[in-house]
Ligand binder design. Structure first.
Ligand code: ZN
Length: 133
């Protein structure tokens, strides 16, 4: 694990949340991106070495929609940057963390991503991400 790459925050209204976080951080988001496979819209803010990722649902099938229904707005996941996502996934599986999918897949922000279930990390959804490229 290299650093906290970003913190993901589930929001109901992405435009409204963009305005709040622009005010909070003193600068606007630098990127918006839809991830169709996850049915989410995202936007990114740079904060030093790390980022804030705001996520809103584009359909009721979205995991973000379900999260908002269950818990309301708030921190959704913490993402750690890794150098070799396949090796880290294997290491964490062997250490007993519960994977959510089979393989790393393309996520937002030009990254390969993989998630571990919150149950195995004290209630926090864990994302690993590796820059593609
Ligand atoms: Zn993320």
């Amino acid at each position: 694990m290299m650093k906290i790459e970003h913190i993901g925050i589930a929001v109901k209204d992405l435009d409204a949340a963009n305005a709040v976080y622009a005010k909070l951080l003193g600068k606007p988001h630098y990127k918006s991106e839809e991830v169709e496979s996850e049915a989410v819209n995202t936007s990114f803010f740079q904060t030093g070495e790390s980022k804030i990722e705001l996520l809103s649902a584009t359909s009721e099938q979205s995991a973000i929609h379900k999260f908002l229904e269950k818990k309301g707005e708030g921190i959704h996941h913490i993402a750690f940057a890794v150098q070799d996502i396949f090796a880290e996934v294997e290491r964490l599986k062997e250490a007993g963390f519960q994977p959510i999918s089979e393989q790393p897949k393309q996520g937002a922000d030009n990254k390969l991503v993989f998630f571990f279930h919150p149950k195995s990390a004290n209630g926090v959804l864990i994302e690993l991400c590796q820059e593609i490229g």
